[in-house]
Design a protein around this ligand. Structure first.
Ligand SMILES: C[S@@+](CC[C@H](N)C(=O)[O-])C[C@H]1O[C@@H](n2cnc3c(N)ncnc32)[C@H](O)[C@@H]1O
Length: 215
């Protein structure tokens, strides 16, 4: 086993132990044939650290799947905190609602079904979010970033998974739309004057940026 695998196991055992709900959620994702493309437990813990660091009370997630990352994040919110998570697939959304309820988080988490871009478009910027976590279709990443910037409060965070896209971001002339989307997202994150960001090399790369618009 590589040092990288051994060390992420060490981090997981020390900081990111799953309870029964999260363990069963992962088991059921596999058993019911949903794609096994959720974040890792270590990433769940990192999201909790980031949410707490900015005192997050309102979080928007783009891409729910079975609710694994939503449960990690919702557990880092205050009792009156809210997490809105967007999912295009009604089957995934139903699965997520089931496990959010099993985790006792149904008052804190809303799973909204539909195309994320359209749902984000309809959200009111007068009720801004502290964190936007992007983890849906990769070709949509640049548009999700633009929506996030409209919906984030100053000092808020935009976070995105798969910023390395299994190394495909190194391809300078990619044909695949997803790779183009992630590359364009990373470029905008790096160059936007109101964002201070980087990619944390955990698993498939977790992009993180603080939004500080000029006042
Ligand atoms: C990588 S999975 C999300 C994993 C989840 N964040 C976790 O870690 O537990 C991506 C999800 O985004 C959903 N999705 C894909 N395109 C979408 C779109 N246009 N709008 C909303 N959701 C979308 C997929 O159906 C899938 O469930």
């Amino acid at each position: 086993m590589s040092d990288e695998v051994l060390l992420s196991g060490y981090v997981r055992r020390l900081f990111a132990t799953e309870d029964e709900v999260l363990e069963e959620l992962r088991y059921e994702i596999s058993r019911r044939g949903l794609p096994e493309i959720h974040i890792s437990a270590e990433q769940g813990r990192l999201l909790q650290v980031l949410l707490r660091a900015v005192g997050a009370g309102r979080v928007l997630e783009v891409g729910t799947l079975g609710g694994y990352s939503a449960i990690w994040m919702a557990r880092a919110l205050p009792a009156d905190g809210r997490l809105l998570t967007l999912e295009i697939d009604p089957g995934h959304a139903a699965f997520a609602r089931e496990f959010v309820a099993r985790a006792g988080l149904q008052d804190r988490v809303e799973v909204r079904t539909g195309k994320a871009a359209a749902t984000m478009e309809a959200l009111d910027a007068a009720e801004p979010f502290d964190v936007v976590f992007i983890d849906a279709d990769k070709e949509g990443y640049p548009a999700y970033l633009e929506h996030a910037l409209r919906l984030l409060r100053p000092g808020g965070l935009v976070i995105a998974d798969n910023a390395f896209w299994s190394g495909r971001v190194l391809d300078e002339e990619p044909e695949e739309e997803g790779t183009r989307g992630v590359r364009e997202f990373n470029r905008r994150l790096a160059e936007h004057p109101a964002l201070t960001g980087t990619i944390i090399p955990m698993r498939d790369g977790l992009a993180v940026a603080v939004y500080t618009p000029a006042s």
